[in-house]
Write a protein that binds this ligand. Structure first.
Ligand code: TA6
Length: 286
């Protein structure tokens, strides 16, 4: 058995990267650019996350795949750049190593700076703790360091790798309301136990249960998302036409990915000065 450890090197595009290796055989990779997790191999498994073969690692554009961290605005829900400010910022390593409980973990942090304050005039701190054993846990803490309240949206915009999107289903959304962003933002209630894919899909489900699962029939595996403090789930696949319009995404890659994103989207989180919000996500594969 190899010992658990964190390695530091230069990844794609020469960007700073941390690799977490757990004694179970699990590994995960995270770039300081965006605190962006780009890879997670559960023990003995192929990567559970999708990264486009056309993803840019130029330190400017967000990385297409893995887990972009979305804060303080989801999509085009407000006047800020799409999906907010932190997926293109360089985060700092606060802690890294093996925890007393045997997990291998890194904590990355980002505070407001000149660039963020130029478009969002608040003082904040976001902390992302990534802990790996047989499972992958991502814990977020957002603190208001300002003298006034602010409100924000937050999401882990996770791109999962699937064998075939046409044989992939998402469970755990039945009975929840969703905005259909492909169909002019009409609102519906999900009546299906399992959400399948046969065309472009872009939906914001609000107030879901805390257990969501992706059944990937082609790869014979189920990815579990267990969440706390993050009531909403976005399900996205660009399908044929939108894939062609995305410069950093292969035309056929929609077949091998699905985004199932958990966060606080429908009702922004409001923090008083000094307050901290926390959200937790545990990914499993079986
Ligand atoms: O979360 C779904 C979504 O908002 C889609 O509408 C889609 O455009 C996607 O995010 C990707 O956004 P990006 O800015 O990374 O190209």
């Amino acid at each position: 058995m190899k010992p658990s450890m964190v390695r530091t090197d230069k990844g794609n595009g020469g960007l700073d990267r941390l690799t977490l290796e757990h004694a179970s055989g699990a590994t995960a990779e995270v770039y300081l650019f965006g605190a962006h997790i780009t890879s997670w191999h559960p023990p003995g498994q192929p990567d559970a996350f999708f990264v486009s073969r056309q993803a840019l690692f130029d330190g400017v554009k967000p990385i297409r795949g893995g887990i972009p961290v979305i804060f303080p605005q989801f999509a085009d829900d407000g006047p800020l750049p799409k999906h907010g400010l932190v997926r293109t910022q360089i985060w700092r390593v606060e802690q890294s190593g093996v925890c007393p409980d045997g997990k291998v973990a890194v904590t990355l942090a980002l505070e407001d700076n000149e660039t963020t304050r130029a478009v969002w005039p608040f003082r904040f701190r976001v902390e992302l703790c990534i802990a790996l054993d047989e499972r992958l846990e991502v814990t977020t803490a957002v603190t208001n360091r300002d003298a006034v309240d602010f409100a924000f949206q937050y999401a882990l915009h996770t791109y999962f790798s699937v064998g075939d999107i046409r044989r992939t289903r998402v469970f755990g959304l039945q009975g929840t309301r969703f905005l259909d962003c492909v169909g002019g933002n009409a609102e519906y209630v999900e009546d299906r136990e399992a959400v399948g894919f046969s065309g472009e899909t872009d939906r914001v489900y609000s107030g879901t249960g805390d257990e969501v699962a992706i059944r990937d029939e082609a790869a014979c595996r189920t990815i579990g998302i267990s969440k706390a403090g993050m009531p909403d789930v976005v399900v996205w696949n660009p399908w044929v036409e939108k894939s062609r319009r995305l410069a950093d995404f292969g035309d056929d890659e929609y077949l091998r990915m699905v985004c199932v994103e958990n966060g606080c989207i429908a009702v922004p989180v409001r923090l008083h000065p000094g307050q901290t919000w926390k959200g937790d996500t545990i990914f499993t594969v079986r």
